[in-house]
Ligand binder design. Structure first.
Ligand code: FAD
Length: 559
């Protein structure tokens, strides 16, 4: 007789164990080989909140408390004992510590400086995985509980509040939020810092500085996001833009030993960072939010030693002399032996306040199989008169009940290919509405209603439509390149075989070889992702191009 099958016992390690693991004796030995053993006494402060470039500690004996100070009060965040270690994501980035680490029981610990820790993470895959996982989970926990050096006072009706929330979130920085509209007692806090309701959003930074409606750059400066980046050093590779293409180039470049600096005008993630769920990126069968993908890529790039400057855009490329130089907003000229331009594109947005609220939940910038599935059997609006809008309308008409195609001009003839116009005219489910535009969007968490104005009659109608496709084209972020780089008619960057003999002659191409596949008309300057002429507007292709460009960077650095 056979035994009845037993359920397999779960072997999963709990989240708490992953966040606060205890190293084995052999793992402790491997850390000790790179650090120094030292005694600790009760009450000794190992790390103060606000310190940057903090060391990493493994407790051998005794006990270390991690606390969040607030004025004279403290909240205990964690307690580390034998075999446990300090640190979270700021260990990798070199940013300021959000907490204080203090010895609560005397004993001994192993101390490693940040550089040694990074080397250990890169060379010891077992320890690297344990540390990276713990650091990321600890940061997630700090974010979830708003344990931070920042208090944001704002209102959900104010776009400045949303902007700062987005900036902090996309930079993975925790914050405590006080909503003027819901929190009684907020006035006392504001009075304490001598600010008025009219000043919101107000950011109380590191308990002392008060910023009234600050720019993202001011927030970054106050929190020291860029403090530890050496802007004077000549780099092997500067990457402009931290969307998927730039982050991929950073991961590949830094992991292959290049000295990499990434310059980002806003925060990491690019357009993909604004996608609520990317479902067609390889390896994520249930989808991944753009922000999660970007946060992982950002941590991965930092793990390999890439440095990132945020909230400082490139404003000019100086190409007359080598090494090339990039000027950044309010900063020095950055010099590098090679450059990857990954500044992407910005979808042209409609001048509607509510637009970003419905991005991805009723407002879309692409019409693929996935979007078509979302609106099957419903009425949809497609905005735009170009080929991308025409293709979207024809494609969506296969599944949607009705497609309202809105164009501001008097017709499609000047902007769309003839074959598409014929298909649109031949489809009973597409209603072409000329001299018409969307003037309002409304709904709860998802778009529910659209207001459409006929510009000839001035008449405005409101329709229960839950899906709007904005296909008004994308503008490449290339204005800062004027004069140095060959662009196509729509101002996307030409690379490799797309560069004509005239382009190369005008740029005085100096080499016997032709430009590499992703190389621009300047040797050693590459363009990848959505900023490149002929790009296919996909996360996967942007990531692929970022990695390919790095292999070419190696070649030109040896030229
Ligand atoms: C809402 C939305 C949903 C999407 N969903 C999907 C999807 O599901 N699947 C898919 O495959 N694709 C999707 N896409 C397309 C995809 O996101 C893009 O193709 C991809 O992000 C392109 O990556 P990139 O790095 O080339 O450029 P971008 O993502 O545009 O990133 C460029 C970065 O450069 C920065 N930058 C710009 N100018 C400067 C400057 N002068 N100095 C410094 N930094 C600068 C920007 O701030 C930005 O962070 C979506 C796009 C959007 C908008």
């Amino acid at each position: 007789m056979t035994e009845p099958a037993q359920p397999i016992a779960p072997t999963e390690v709990s989240r708490a164990d992953q966040m606060f693991p205890t190293l084995t004796p052999t793992q402790i030995e491997r850390v000790a080989a790179r650090g120094r053993l030292r005694p600790i006494r009760k009450g000794e402060v190992l790390v103060e909140s606000g310190d940057h470039l903090v060391p990493f500690f493994v407790v051998v004996s005794g006990q270390v408390e991690i606390v969040q100070p607030f004025g004279t009060a403290e909240t205990v965040v964690a307690v580390h004992q034998h075999g446990q270690f300090t640190g979270e994501v700021s260990m990798l980035s070199g940013r300021r510590s959000l907490v204080r680490a203090r010895v609560s029981e005397p004993g001994e610990l192993i101390e490693l400086d940040r550089e040694k820790l990074l080397t250990l993470v890169q060379t010891d895959s077992e320890l690297g995985e344990i540390f990276m996982r713990a650091f990321i989970l600890r940061r997630v926990e700090l974010i979830a509980h708003g344990i931070s050096d920042v208090v944001l006072v704002g209102s959900s009706h104010c776009s400045g509040t949303l902007r700062i929330k987005e900036f902090l979130t996309r930079n993975g920085h925790p914050y405590a939020y006080i909503d003027l509209d819901h929190d009684a007692g907020v006035q006392d806090l504001l009075d304490g810092f001598q600010v008025s309701v009219a000043d919101v959003p107000v950011l109380i930074c590191r308990g002392t500085r008060v910023l009234r409606n600050p720019t993202n750059e001011e927030v970054a400066d106050c929190l020291g996001f860029n403090d530890d980046v050496d802007l004077g050093q000549i780099r092997d590779l500067i990457i402009v833009g931290a969307g998927p293409a730039g982050l991929a180039a950073a991961v590949y470049g830094a992991s292959e030993g290049l000295d990499v600096l990434v310059v980002e005008s806003d925060s990491p993630g690019g357009q993909a960072g604004s996608s609520s769920k990317i479902e067609n990126y390889l390896g994520f069968p249930t989808g991944i939010s753009g922000q999660d993908l970007a946060a992982r890529a950002y941590a991965q790039a930092q793990k390999f030693g890439a440095q990132l400057v945020v909230a400082k855009g490139a404003v000019r490329l100086t190409c007359a002399r080598k090494p090339y130089a990039i000027e950044i907003e309010g900063g020095p000229r950055l010099r590098s032996r090679s450059i990857i331009i990954a500044s992407g594109a910005e979808y042209r947005r409609l001048p509607l306040d509510e637009l970003s609220r419905f991005d991805g939940s009723g407002v879309y910038h692409g019409a693929t199989f996935l979007e078509a599935q979302l609106c099957g059997g419903e009425e949809v609006v497609v905005i735009g008169g170009g080929n991308s809008a025409g293709q979207a309308a024809v494609f969506l008409a296969q599944t949607a009940r009705k497609v309202h195609m809105l164009v501001r001009s008097g017709g499609l003839a000047e902007t769309m290919s003839r074959y598409l116009i014929r298909r649109i005219e031949g489809s009973p489910d597409i209603i072409l509405r000329t001299r018409t535009e969307v003037v309002g969007l409304a709904g709860g968490t998802h778009l529910e209603r659209v207001r459409i104005r006929d510009n000839e009659t001035g008449e405005v109608e409101e329709r229960a439509i839950r899906h709007v496709f904005v296909m008004t084209g994308a503008t490449p972020s290339t204005a800062w390149l004027d004069g140095c780089i060959a662009l196509d008619g729509k101002r996307f960057i030409k690379t490799g075989p797309d560069l004509s003999p005239d382009d190369l002659a005008a740029a005085r191409w100096p080499l016997a070889r032709a430009p590499h596949l992703l190389e621009t008309n300047l040797p050693g300057v590459f363009a990848v992702g959505d900023v490149r002429s002929g790009n296919v507007k996909r996360v996967a292709s942007a990531v692929g191009e970022g990695s390919i460009a790095v292999s070419m960077v190696h070649q030109v650095l040896h030229e």
